[in-house]
Design a binder for this molecule. Sequence first.
Ligand code: ACO
Length: 433
Amino acid sequence: MPKDTLTITDNRTGASYELPVVDGTIRAMDLRQIRTGSDDFGLMTYDPAFMNTASCRSAITFIDGDKGILRYRGYPIEELAARSTFVETAYLLIYGELPTEAQLKEWSGQIAAHYMVHENIKKFVDGFHYDAHPMGMLVCTVGALSTFYQDSKNIFDPPSRLHQVYRLLGKMPTLAAYAYRHSRGLPYAYPDPALTYVGNFISMLGQRAGACEPFVPNPVLERALDLLFILHADHEQNCSTNAMRSVGSSHADPFCAVAAATAALYGPLHGGANEEVLKMLREIGSRERIPDYIKRVKSGELRLMGFGHRVYKNYDPRAKIIREAAHSVLEVTGSSPLLDIALELERIALADEYFIKHKLYPNVDFYSGIIYQAMGFPVAMFPVLFAIARTAGWIAQWQELLLDKEQKIARPRQVYVGHPPRAFVPIDKRVAV
Ligand code: ACO
């Protein structure tokens, strides 16, 4: 009879060990018993960048990268994109189930009631230089919220935790809009709790200074941004989520943990790839120049930005949905030569042997930058939009971490490769190295 175990023979000692295999994993701590003697610490795994290490058991997001599947709480991303809203999806991610009508009303109402930020936040934003990056401003202001809400330290008190969730979801768009208006030299526009989550955000960005009439967003653009927020709401254990969980594991308050996650998202390897796609499409410039560009990619001179993914070795399901959305946005905003180049580039690359062999398909960033640009967002705001949406996933993952009895403060091991012990050298005897 096959057994769900793994037998390991240590050739250093000849000893044999049988370890249980659960959900396709062995427990790293089970390796600790494998020792060569009493002064041996025990066997560890070495896994820089967590290439093959599960850091948690999670019931939030499922990805099958080979098949191109993404599900939140079991629901296919395609269905959520077609039938849900970002606010409803955030509820699903955080509570684990879709809300009833009454639950959704209460949820949306509570989030809207927390759109407003303390007036002192404006002073923080005012303090930034005129060309400060909005992501830097967002990292600082969301971290600063921790000082306004001292009760947020009560992370094991469910009502208090829920209060912070409302605050975080409600205030992230306001902080983002303040950062945007500051970088444009515009007065801050107050949020309007009567508007939808995304409608309110667009209105805070677009409100004309001194205008009496409220800014009314175009419904097609509002829906497209809501859709993009759904698609970016969670993506299991990525770099920023890992930062959220790692900081959360020390029991820091959620505002500090979201500041850390936002900082992780700021990096060009994570939240900044769609900007690179725009640069690339502009550099290509016309459909005729695509074959030449592909040649340069195949020779190893360049990477095709917006193609390839660590997890997806198939079409990123989010890219398919965004590709469709790009068409409806451009019907409103006017056509973009960049979309024509992107579509042709995709067509040529997907038929090319190099891309087929390397399993390189468009990822979420291939089309999202085109939509954001068509909607009038400056490039620096792209990762900010990502951060607003991903806050829902960060919160869900943080809450799961706190309620998981197996979790402790995140504290990886290392393989020390430095000097062996040596005697201190007095300063007059040192030689410059
Ligand atoms: N263009 C051309 N070749 C590529 C590309 C690409 N975009 N991506 C990977 N390859 C090739 C590599 O050259 C390598 O080829 P080789 O085996 O012949 O040497 C092979 O595919 C594997 O590449 P790795 O870098 O090992 O793949 P990894 O899983 O580490 O990288 C990554 C994934 C970083 C996303 C990569 O595909 C890439 O750089 N893509 C472009 C940037 C991009 O679009 N990033 C956004 C990702 S989505 C997100 O973060 C939200």
